[in-house]
Write a protein that binds this ligand. Sequence first.
Ligand SMILES: C/C(=C\COP(=O)(O)OP(=O)(O)O)CCC[C@H](C)CCC[C@H](C)CCCC(C)C
Ligand SMILES: O=C(O)C1=CC(=O)c2ccccc2C1=O
Length: 314
Amino acid sequence: MPGLEHSEIDQSEHPQPVTAEAADRQLWWAAIKPPMYSVAIMPIWIGSTLAFWQRNAANPLIFFLFLGSAVLILAWENLSNDVFDADTGVDVHKRNSLVNMTGQKSLIFWIANGLLAAGLVGIAAIAALQQDLMVVWLVLGCCAIGYIYQGPPFRLSYKGVGELLCLIAFGPLACSAAYYSQTQSWSWNNLFASLIVGLATSLILFSSHFNQIKDDLAVGKLSPVVRLGGQRAAKLLPWLCGLVYALLTIGVMTKLFPAWTILGLLSCPVAQRLCETVGRDYQQPEKLLKCRLIAVEMHFWLGLFFGLGFLLPG
Ligand SMILES: C/C(=C\COP(=O)(O)OP(=O)(O)O)CCC[C@H](C)CCC[C@H](C)CCCC(C)C
Ligand SMILES: O=C(O)C1=CC(=O)c2ccccc2C1=O
């Protein structure tokens, strides 16, 4: 692709493809990033399993409607991220930007809006089933955060508060919406659990900024990693991971969560791999593309086992 100096596709994760077709497939995979969609699934999984444990509430139709809608809304967020980032120039070296790949910015923009509309129809269906608009307000709150994160005139991610916004959206807002969709009520246990989900999701965003320092600096995007500098940010990472697992352990010890949720600790080795990788390579950012994937893996196993803990008997 002309004008692109280096690839955003990590060759250590994806070996050099042998055919142009394979290279194309790899690029589309990196642009659509299917594994990332577990971040939309996890708050629904945790809020709903916690509702089952605490209130015996289990409405599969609402659960699956919410999952599908959350995935569509996150697809809007990601497609519009490529559109808005094309305006600021921060993605100029990002080969797997859908706008760079297709050159069709306004088409991507309208596909994104269509995905958002479809997702919101699903959320409206949940509200209709419940005869209650609360879930709509909570999800609109998530969408508003998603917009001010990257859209004009706000672009708050450029000011370094993206991780905080991410924590609020995927944590308290999305988890409360999921719990409410099952129970039409609120829960302190769920609020505490949502901090774990939100923090683990923000860790993905934080990790994704290590390899972008140069491009971010060039357009004045002050991500936390840019603000702190690579070395200090790399030193902070183990403390943030430790905080996630400390909150989980406190939740179990204080009986806010059932004993089996401690299974979430099984994701610790992945967290350790993330911290080691960043600690070793923060001075070679081109090697750190894979740390975003490791952070997604940590979030996935943590969320899966944490949620399972609410379903296991005893
Ligand atoms: C788009 C996001 C990150 C990409 O950031 P960045 O521009 O630094 O990276 P690239 O290199 O890929 O360009 C995530 C932003 C998350 C945002 C703060 C909150 C979004 C909330 C969602 C819209 C809510 C999803 C639905 C909910 C019900 C689970
Ligand atoms: O493209 C990305 O890097 C991210 C996309 C995304 O949807 C997301 C959601 C929540 C936390 C982090 C991220 C990304 O980093």
